[in-house]
Ligand binder design. Structure first.
Ligand SMILES: C[S@@+](CC[C@H](N)C(=O)[O-])C[C@H]1O[C@@H](n2cnc3c(N)ncnc32)[C@H](O)[C@@H]1O
Length: 225
């Protein structure tokens, strides 16, 4: 998949927010029922909210894509500090990203400028998007990613197993378990039984949660101390 040239096409999802459709993979970047709705629910409500508002959080996202999760997380920033790292093998062009309607829909006057700054920022360099929210977009695959860092929270937002099975292999969960701090949390929109069992085999304690509107379930995994 990394060597294939994807041609994402802008489409509207159920809540009026855009997503990208990738014909080659028969996949969308988000739920077609609602991109903003899914991101707020799966990653913020079920992931970020698990951490006390007074604590620092370090986040690793797998699949930066349109930057929607990063934007919503940044706009939510009230903590002493948030550090957001996001992996991406296929950076999208600003020409396409600039057409996405997220800044208009999120109801925050800072959104347009932050969305632009985030996307035009250099890859593989740490920067402060707003005060107390530092970020690094990492142009690397999860499989090759190598770091000494340990993360509190992982947003696992890869394409679905049918489109990219290599990102849902047992070895992936072992790697993410190692990348996570004790008491860390991983959230993903995916609820496949095999994925849940593979996460458990890697050491995670896994919960099945109600999914975002239009999706029955999602998974939340923890690395218990
Ligand atoms: C479901 S989409 C991302 C959604 C994204 N979080 C957003 O809000 O737009 C999956 C993303 O994972 C990226 N990706 C594909 N293979 C990857 C890999 N091996 N490591 C990291 N990211 C990968 C894709 O290019 C795509 O941008």
């Amino acid at each position: 998949m990394e060597k294939r040239e994807l041609k994402p096409e802008l489409v509207e999802s159920g809540d009026g927010s855009h997503t990208l459709k990738v014909e080659e993979l028969k996949e969308h970047y988000h739920s077609h029922k609602g991109a903003i709705q899914e991101s707020r629910y799966v990653f913020l409500a079920k992931g970020l909210r698990e951490f006390d508002a007074a604590s620092n959080v370090s986040i690793l996202e797998v699949g930066f894509g349109t930057g929607l999760n990063a934007l919503l997380t940044c706009l939510d920033q009230k903590r002493p500090n948030t550090n957001y790292h996001s992996l991406e093998t296929f950076p999208l062009k600003w020409e396409l990203l600039s057409q996405l309607n997220y800044p208009e829909l999120v109801d925050d006057s800072r959104a347009k400028l932050l969305f632009e700054e985030m996307h035009l920022a250099e890859w593989d360099a740490e920067f402060e998007l707003i005060e107390k929210f530092s970020m690094k977009k990492i142009h690397e695959s999860l499989q090759r990613f190598n770091t000494e860092m340990k993360y509190d929270l992982i947003y696992y937002d890869a394409f679905a197993p049918h489109a990219q099975p290599d990102l849902w292999e047992p070895l992936i969960w072992k790697k993410l378990f190692e990348l996570m701090k004790v008491d860390g949390v991983l959230v993903t929109y995916c609820a496949k039984g095999q994925v849940r069992r593979d996460m458990q085999a890697a050491g995670f304690t896994v919960e099945r949660l109600e999914g975002p509107p239009g999706k029955r379930e999602m998974l939340r995994a923890r690395k218990n101390g």
